[in-house]
Design a protein around this ligand. Sequence first.
Ligand code: BDR
Ligand code: CA
Length: 310
Amino acid sequence: TTKIILDCDPGHDDALALMLALANPEIDLLAVTTSAGNQTPEKTLNNAMRLLTLMHHQEIPVAGGNRTPLLKPLETAGNVHGKSGLDGANLPDPDFAVQPLTAIELMAQTLRQSPTPVTLVVTGPMTNAALFLRVYPELKEKIEQIVYMGGAMGLGNWTPSVEFNIYVDPEAAKIVMNAGIPLVMAPLNVTHQAQILKPEIEAVAQIDNPVAHAFYGLLNFFERYHEAPKWGFKGAPLHDPCTITWLIHPEWFTSERMNVDVETAGELTRGETVCDYYELTGKPKNTEVLLGIQREKFIQFIMDSLRTFD
Ligand code: BDR
Ligand code: CA
């Protein structure tokens, strides 16, 4: 099994990543921490706890993270994820307590208690991960790898060249990418292939358990934002679940190793992930960049995972 900490900003696709981590025994989810991103830090924390309540995993320790990005003011994505950050389903109120710790304190405690290194999965802005590395450098070696959804090679979904997670906190992303920890990146190039098509969303409605019912509502809401013809989607791109899927089924992906860094000073491109595909810089290949996914297997995996709940 792969032991992970999930640092997320739920978020519809974060919710699916959490669901995959809970549904599959190959993943041992040690803790959930939340970041400010898709919605305010209060809302993303509450959403993570609502999801764990829905999926009956109140035993997983949860802590809320930094309230703002390191340098920039917080910008949220209510246009994509709604007012709550998880619009589209009636989720239960949390029925358990948040840890009396900050996100980075919970990360530190979790790593200290684990006899073996732990994978950090980041599906929101990298604020918590960067702060963690700055505050607890002695625990760096307890992080096996960081698997993140963010950035792109030559695409943007928030500005012409910048993906949302990196856009929110580019300085944090720069710290993480230059930390010397093995990195696996799920950029827009792969997550835009990881689409769930409308008929497949309808198939979720046929899965008869409360978790699947909630996700049917969430997927319908999430799909609407992506209907605008400009995107050219046939459904909704499921960004964040690519991370957990890669941990369990790396054989469904194609990837290339290269140096990835972040532009933090650009006039038009602050937050762009600069991917050295042709090895022009000679800088270390710090990142395995996921570039292709077997879409149908991925969607089947999501369906099968939703079926495991009762
Ligand atoms: C990323 O931004 C968020 O809206 C999603 O949850 C995902 O992590 C996609 O750009
Ligand atoms: Ca996210």
